[in-house]
Design a protein around this ligand. Sequence first.
Ligand code: ADP
Ligand code: ADP
Ligand code: MG
Length: 657
Amino acid sequence: MFKTVLIANRGEIACRIIRTAKRLGLRTVAVYSEADSAALHVKLADEAHLIGPAAAAQSYLVADKIIAAAKQARADCIHPGYGFLSENAAFAQSVADAGIAFIGPPPSAMLAMGLKDRAKALMEKAGVPVVPGYHGERQEAKFLKEKAYEIGYPVLIKAVAGGGGKGMRRVDKHADFDTALEGAQREAQSAFGDARVLIEKYITAPRHIEMQVFADTHGNAIHLNERDCSLQRRHQKVIEEAPAPGMSAALRAEMGNAAVAAAKACGYVGAGTIEFIADGAGGLKSGGFWFMEMNTRLQVEHPVTEAVTGVDLVEWQFQIAAGDRLPLKQDQVPLNGHAVEARLYAEDPERSFLPSTGKLIALKFPDGEGLRVDTGVSAGDEVTPFYDPMIAKVIAHGKTREQALGVLANALDNTIVAGPRSNAGFLAALCRAPQFRQGQFDTGFIDANLEALGATPQGLDKAAAALGARELLTRERCRISDQIERDADAARSPHTSPWDADDGFQLSGPRRQIVPILADGEKATAQVIQEARTTTVTIDGVAAAADAVAVATSDAVYVLRCGRQTKVAFRDLSLDEGGDGSSGGTVRAPMHGKVLALLVEEGAAVTRGQRLAIIEAMKMEHTLVAPLDGTVSEIAVAKDDQVAEGAKMIVIVAKEQ
Ligand code: ADP
Ligand code: ADP
Ligand code: MG
């Protein structure tokens, strides 16, 4: 076995790997960027090395720096986690050349599976069913369009080098093909430095079902059952589970055999995942699934497999890399109960899931039987725009699917994320969605049910805002009474404050107050009635919520109710004037990001809704549109600039009426 492992990653996966490595008695070495000097993975590791500035391209993606740190720390193996360099064959090769073991497959297997076109060709040869389409060399737009027509719409354009759902466009009709191709190519070029695409038949009612595989260096390969990852947004997984609803033992064996054949065909070693797309119309069935791609690494959603098999996949990864044989034979692989994982993100479901950065004012997870939380952050940490804004993975395991979903939904209700917005409420709603509960869903489920899942603007939660206002007032009183206590003479009981005292208030009846507040940036007015010992706060007649948690900072209160956050602060009336209107024509960056394209020039006439610029933030491109008809009077940014959330980008002067 190894003695020292360097983890070439950050966040929850680095923490998760460190946990198993420590249990196995390994010394653990973390690497970190300047933005991560106080990160959890750095604290957990026995030793940590700074490898550069915040931008991943200058730190977590620089192979040389990571290998230098490994040498310095005398690490005898490197675990790449997922993302970053995990599927980079050149990195795996450099690690091996440095005499360090790479915890993953041989570079040749990564190369064979790394590009989707090459992988599909190899799979065809190995007799694994692949999605029909074009995955050849030719890339001329006209030719690809002809191919799309031949395949038959709808089709899916995919980046050959794709991953994380990027560089992918569904096209429903011939007329839309050119625009979609352009978008896919641009995204692919910027994300992967490779604009090449392939075209696939879009499978209708698609279910994403993947098989966890494992192979050792002695020629053995098995699968550890499937995961269903059909709940997706923009081709990215949101909730994953094992086993897949509606999966029979016979079909599991059929898919498992195909997956094992795929792993063998590329000379695979270690943990990998074969992703299949299944035709879910009328239920899963024999012959109704096709190879999409192989992920040659540990998968984000591996904990659901761990829950139902009882296997620690990271432990197996270390054992296999050390030359051990697979600990189990295919027929010994357990499948116990049902497990579901939800990806908790710092994002705002009510604003098209925009990433939401900032300091985590509070972060608390429930614990309980059948519950596992994998996280890489704690309260006080910052969610930065530099990396994936995942806060945690919450995983529930139960005897039945029904039970696991129930445990997960309750856990999400009781998860406290204050500061950045989170998708906790949305995830809980998903767990409770009746059709999903009944196992009737495909990859279009989320998009088709946004409204029912609360992923559209919900308006101000007045009950939450009223609670926030009450908290603000209580804190203000405490501050005042603290001050009075400090000033008072020593004889006075420290527990008596003027607010508790039976003073004049109730003698002249309840005291009424109107308090202007700002709730989620919206102006509101709290009606306050103070009696001797109670304070009642309402907003438009709605009483303060009793089922919420309030977290206070020096200038605001964050109220969390059913996974939804309402931020409440006192409103300074003197600042109200001129606050509105003046910003009417100013287009601001909705989040931290990079300006990919400017689509207008100064002086151009624009109409409301016209596209002005494209910015890219973390995972996605976002289009900014003109808020009104008018003329572009100022462009405050340049192409390729990094912009901060709220930064002025473009100013439109309204057209004269
Ligand atoms: P998985 O297939 O392991 O469930 P996903 O399909 O969601 O994971 O994502 C694919 C890969 O892309 C993962 O390795 C993930 O770490 C990575 N990834 C996701 N979002 C980002 C991002 N914003 N920046 C870099 N890598 C990302
Ligand atoms: P990535 O490397 O970005 O993960 P994948 O090829 O795995 O790309 O596809 C991502 C997701 O897109 C899948 O999980 C699935 O939901 C959807 N998808 C991919 N191919 C098809 C297809 N041919 N038909 C329907 N949906 C598809
Ligand atoms: Mg995939």
